[in-house]
Design a protein around this ligand. Structure first.
Ligand code: 5BU
Length: 453
């Protein structure tokens, strides 16, 4: 223990733990950020670390080593040099040219590979590495992480049958730092806050709409939650129809079952103000919100024009509008958004082959949290509790179609991603009986939410 403790204090002095307000790879917000990358510049510490790891997993127990990209790569490389066991490299994304291999290096089907992860939080990126290695026919008998943030990642990986160990646990590390008086008063408070929140995460329970309402400051976010609780529905129907008559007919069938109606007004052939006024009145009477899936994606002045002017004058009737933030945080500032209108950012689309990577998603989530007009986001993962999570790409039966759409079941949206709202399009409006089908999706969404509590 003495040796491990000494080692941890040495790496702590490199600044591997930072205190503040951080968005993690998983999309979660945390007052603590741990980054082992500085060790890459200290060969002496890399050697010490790999010797500590080899003490935990003897080298006769594996034939290959692979680090979860990218932070664990220098650690895995050192381990390979120390143990003389070959390294293989896992890519984070396909190159898109050449061999398009996800795993580089020399290996054979059936070989036993040790995986090294630096910090384990939810276990999601580790799982991606496991899946890619197994696709190549490799066997994963041992996984080592350097530090477990004790947020359920180790348990998640063990639950699916893998043998995973960790060198350090965040709780014990904090004790060492406190014992040695390495922490300031403010940092101790942040740690206590972190540990309190962690317990909740490990219990694996989602937060309720009531709790979420406390965390959301925007009035339209609160209103959406109120409607959801009152009507017991988290279903938003996407009316991707090109005739106003068809949209109004659909609404007359499903209006009682939804908390929101999503439109693409630019696909409507006969758009008019009388239509939108009529729809607005129904939305008030039946108590649901109108979402315009405009996907603003330009610089701020253009977004502003697209929102307020043109044929559709979106800001005069929509309760919520979607926006990409590809052009940066400023692109959704100074839009003169009316007080009662909220924005939904798009962090990660539901299609397969989308171009947003973990880094992009993290940045969008950060921008979303800092902009008071943003009520939530579209993502295919769990996000910070201060954002509402909207999940399109929902279907009971379809999984993937040849148009690039990927679908998940409502249960998956709530269980895996802790979604707040499901967005369902053609599964309802193309069904033989949209009224009954909407009721089925409403029930599935509501039950899945309640089961998560
Ligand atoms: P579908 O018929 O259930 O596939 O309709 C989904 C709707 O959600 C459709 O209007 C899309 O434009 C919209 N959508 C989506 O499918 N995926 C996304 O990531 C986003 C929006 Br953002």
């Amino acid at each position: 223990m003495e040796e491990k403790e000494q080692f941890f204090l040495e790496i702590y002095n490199l600044g591997i733990i930072k205190f503040g307000n951080f968005t993690l790879k998983s999309g979660m917000n945390s007052p603590i950020y741990i980054d082992f990358r500085p060790i890459a510049s200290r060969p002496d510490l890399l050697i010490k670390l790999s010797d500590l790891l080899l003490h935990e997993v003897p080298s006769y127990d594996f034939e290959l080593i692979c680090g979860v990209p990218y932070a664990a790569l220098p650690i895995a490389t050192t381990l390979s040099l120390r143990s003389k066991i070959p390294l293989i490299i896992k890519r984070k994304e396909n190159k898109g040219y050449g061999t398009e291999r996800m795993i580089e290096g020399i290996y054979k089907i059936g070989q036993n590979c040790l995986i090294i992860e630096d910090v384990i939080t939810s276990g999601d990126s580790l799982l991606k590495t496991i899946i890619d290695l197994e696709k190549e026919g490799l066997i994963i008998k041992n996984i080592m992480s350097i530090l477990d943030r004790e947020q359920g990642g180790i348990e998640n990986i063990k639950k699916i049958g893998y043998n995973i160990r960790t060198l350090f646990r965040i709780g014990e590390v904090f004790k060492i730092l406190k014992k040695k008086s390495f922490l300031k008063e403010k940092e101790i408070h942040m740690i206590q806050f972190f540990i309190k929140n962690n317990i909740k995460n490990i219990q694996n329970k989602r937060i309720s709409y009531e709790e979420k309402k406390e965390k959301i400051s925007h009035p339209i976010g609160k209103k959406l939650i109120d409607i959801t609780l009152k009507k017991k529905t988290n279903l938003i129907v996407s009316a991707d129809l090109i005739e106003t008559k068809k949209i109004l007919k659909l609404v007359s069938l499903i209006g009682d079952r939804i908390c929101g109606l999503k439109l693409h007004v630019d696909i409507i052939n006969d758009f008019s103000y009388s239509f939108i006024n009529y729809l607005k009145n129904i939305s008030i009477k039946k108590n649901f919100l109108l979402l315009e899936d405009r996907k603003l994606c330009d610089v701020s002045p253009t977004n502003c024009l697209q929102l307020h002017y043109g044929i559709h004058k979106i800001s005069s009737w929509a309760d919520i509008v979607t926006a990409h933030v590809l052009a940066g945080s400023m692109s959704i500032q100074n839009l003169n958004i009316p007080y009662h209108m909220g924005l939904i950012t798009i962090s990660e689309m539901s299609s397969y082959g989308g171009l947003s990577d973990d880094n992009y998603i993290r940045k969008v989530l950060n921008i979303s949290l800092k902009n008071p007009k943003v009520i939530g986001t579209v993502a295919q993962r769990k996000v910070d509790d201060r954002l509402l999570l909207f999940t399109p790409g929902i279907h009971f039966y379809e999984k993937k179609n040849n148009l690039g759409n990927r679908y998940i079941h409502p249960v998956q949206a709530f269980e895996k991603n802790e979604s707040d709202f499901i967005i369902v399009g053609k599964a309802i409006f193309q069904s033989e009986n949209p009224k009954i089908t909407a009721e089925e999706y409403r029930n599935a969404g509501w039950k899945a939410y309640e089961n998560g509590l």
